[in-house]
Design a protein around this ligand. Structure first.
Ligand SMILES: C[S@@+](CC[C@H](N)C(=O)[O-])C[C@H]1O[C@@H](n2cnc3c(N)ncnc32)[C@H](O)[C@@H]1O
Length: 213
C-alpha cells in the first residue's frame, strides 16, 4: 500500500469512528452479553505490569483493567477517546489515554509486557504494519492478545468478500480480514487460537519469541 493511500484511508477511518463515537456504547450494549465472555477470556491472559491497549474506543474493556497494571491505551479517534476519558474518570481508573495510530506507535522497542486489542485490526488500513508495530513494542516473550472478526471459511467467506466493499463504506471495518495469517506474517507465534460464531470470531494469543530480533 502506498503511503498516500495509507494516509488517506487512515484519515477516513478516523472520521468514521469520530462519527460513531456518540452512539457506539448504545449499539455495543446489545451484543455485549455475548462478547463479554470472549473479553473475559482474553483479559485472563494479560500479564503486567506494562500493558498497551490499541484501539481502546470508548473504553469497553475498562471493567477488566486491574489497579496493579500500568496501562496505556491509544486510539485513532479523538471522539472515542473523549468518551473513554470521561468513563475512566467516572470509574476512577488509572490509565493514560493517547491519540495514536496503530501503524506508527510512539513507544520504544520492547516496552510492553502485553499488547491487547479487541475488534480493531478489521479497520486498521495496513493491518500487518500495525501488527509489526505491536511486535516491535512488545518485550521478547511478551504476548499479543486479540479478539477479532475475520473472514470465515468458504462458502461464507466468498459472500464476505462480495459484501466487504459495502460494509467498509458503511462502518469503516472490513469483514474479510485474514487476521490469523496477518499475525503470523508480522512475526508472531500463535500460542492459542479459538474460533467461534461460524468461523467469524477469533480469540488469538500470540507471542513474540524470546530471541531479541
Ligand atoms: C470497533 S471499535 C472497538 C473499540 C473497543 N476496542 C471495543 O472493544 O469496543 C474500533 C476502534 O479501533 C480504532 N482504530 C481503528 N483504526 C485504528 C488505528 N489505525 N490506530 C488506532 N486505533 C484505531 C477506532 O477508532 C475504534 O475506536
Amino acid at each position: 500500500m502506498s503511503i498516500v493511500s495509507e494516509l488517506y484511508q487512515t484519515r477516513w477511518v478516523r472520521e468514521r469512528y469520530d462519527r460513531q463515537a456518540a452512539t457506539y456504547d448504545l449499539k455495543a450494549a446489545f451484543v455485549e452479553p455475548m462478547i463479554a465472555l470472549w473479553r473475559q477470556w482474553l483479559w485472563k491472559h494479560v500479564r503486567g505490569p506494562r500493558i498497551l491497549e490499541i484501539g481502546v474506543g470508548t473504553g469497553r474493556n475498562f471493567p477488566y483493567y486491574r489497579p496493579e497494571w500500568e496501562i496505556i491505551a491509544v486510539d485513532l479517534s479523538e471522539r472515542m477517546l473523549e468518551r473513554a476519558r470521561r468513563k475512566a474518570q467516572r470509574l476512577g481508573l488509572k490509565v493514560r489515554l493517547l491519540p495514536m495510530d496503530a501503524q506508527c506507535l510512539a513507544f520504544p522497542d520492547a516496552f510492553f509486557d502485553t499488547v491487547i486489542a479487541t475488534w480493531v485490526f478489521c479497520s486498521v488500513p495496513d493491518p500487518v504494519r500495525g501488527l509489526r508495530e505491536a511486535y516491535r513494542v512488545l518485550r521478547p516473550g511478551g504476548r499479543l492478545l486479540l479478539l477479532e472478526h475475520v473472514r470465515a471459511p468458504d462458502p461464507l467467506g466468498r459472500w464476505m468478500d462480495f459484501l466487504d466493499p459495502l460494509v467498509v463504506r458503511w462502518s469503516g471495518a472490513h469483514i474479510n480480514r485474514r487476521t490469523v495469517e496477518n499475525v503470523r506474517q508480522a512475526g508472531f507465534e500463535i500460542e492459542a487460537l479459538h474460533t467461534s460464531f461460524f468461523g467469524i470470531v477469533k480469540r488469538i494469543v500470540a507471542r513474540r519469541s524470546e530471541a531479541t530480533s
